[in-house]
Design a protein around this ligand. Structure first.
Ligand code: SF4
Length: 290
């Protein structure tokens, strides 16, 4: 069992997530129609007369995102996709990224952090800095995620995410079309579309199962929400959907600490200065240090 913060091991037995979770809600058909219509309308609205896409999908390659990518391809939309390769992703996630790049009709771009910034941060703070304080964790996220995200969204007027209302209390009011994003240096705010806002976890897996969509095998090991390897663990029965993300951080600031800043709005802010030193080393659900 590794003690490296960048390694991930698990003894959790393989259980197909499709078997566990694929349960369509009574209104799934209506929700699917709503999602398809929204994606089509968004692609039309944010494509220039000469065919340039001013909209893009942000994909973490999680369950929701592979559904959206599948829909974009199924609908033959002019809608490029991007993935942030933070340099700390699980090997399963990297394998799915390669598969997606080869199978997607829509182009899939990969954005990586500035290597010099990563090297400087790791040299200064070490590889386990994110566990020592919330400020350092946010700094790591800023280097590995937020800066590449800004580049990925450069020139885009809209983006698409897999946020769902059911994911956490912070996301309970996620709208299908969100105009409340910070301006990001634009003359007007960038529009964020959340086409799965109304979907349940069962709906997501019903779509994956019925359409044979490739997904991250970590979902079969009780990782409902997948991010960087050091900051993601499996969850136990009854735990909150996002309990496996930055699990060592207490419910700071009403739980907003459990966001990396990718989905900050004008109202929820982005706590970057509150330190939180864990009293015990971070442990995964199986006891392995992440
Ligand atoms: S999720 Fe963890 S490893 Fe990834 S950028 Fe944030 S702090 Fe760094």
């Amino acid at each position: 069992m590794s003690t490296s913060p960048l390694a991930w091991t698990s003894d959790v037995p393989l259980t197909p997530a499709t078997t566990l979770h694929a349960r369509a809600s009574a209104t799934f058909g209506d929700k699917l129609a709503e999602t398809r219509a929204l994606l089509q309308q968004a692609a039309i609205e944010f494509t220039t007369a000469d065919g340039q896409a001013l909209i893009t999908q942000a994909s973490s390659l999680g369950a929701e995102d592979v559904v959206i990518t599948h829909l974009i391809n199924d609908l033959r939309l002019n809608l490029p996709i991007f993935v942030l390769d933070t340099g700390a992703l699980h090997t399963d996630t990297l394998a799915l990224l390669e598969q997606t790049r080869h199978t997607s009709l829509a182009p899939v771009a990969v954005f990586q952090p500035v290597q010099e910034s990563v090297v400087r941060f790791v040299a200064r703070e070490g590889t386990d800095a994110m566990y020592r304080s919330l400020a350092l964790r946010k700094e790591c996220c800023a280097i590995r995620k937020l800066e590449p995200l800004a580049r990925a969204l450069e020139g885009k007027q809209a983006w698409i995410t897999g946020l769902r209302r059911e994911q956490s209390g912070n996301r309970a009011d996620v709208p299908l079309r969100d105009s409340s994003e910070p301006d990001s240096g634009q003359a007007h705010g960038r529009i964020k579309f959340n086409p799965l806002a109304h979907w349940t976890w069962g709906d997501v897996w019903h779509y994956i199962a019925t359409h044979g969509v490739a997904y991250n095998p970590l979902h079969d090991r009780f990782f409902p929400s997948i991010g960087c390897a050091p900051c993601t663990r499996a969850i136990s029965l009854g735990e909150d959907f996002r309990a496996g993300r930055w699990w060592w951080e207490a419910e700071l600031d009403g739980g907003t600490a459990k966001e990396c800043g990718l989905h900050a709005t004008r109202t929820d802010g982005d706590a970057t200065t509150t330190a939180n030193t864990p009293t015990t080393p971070p442990q995964t659900a199986t006891g392995a240090r992440a």
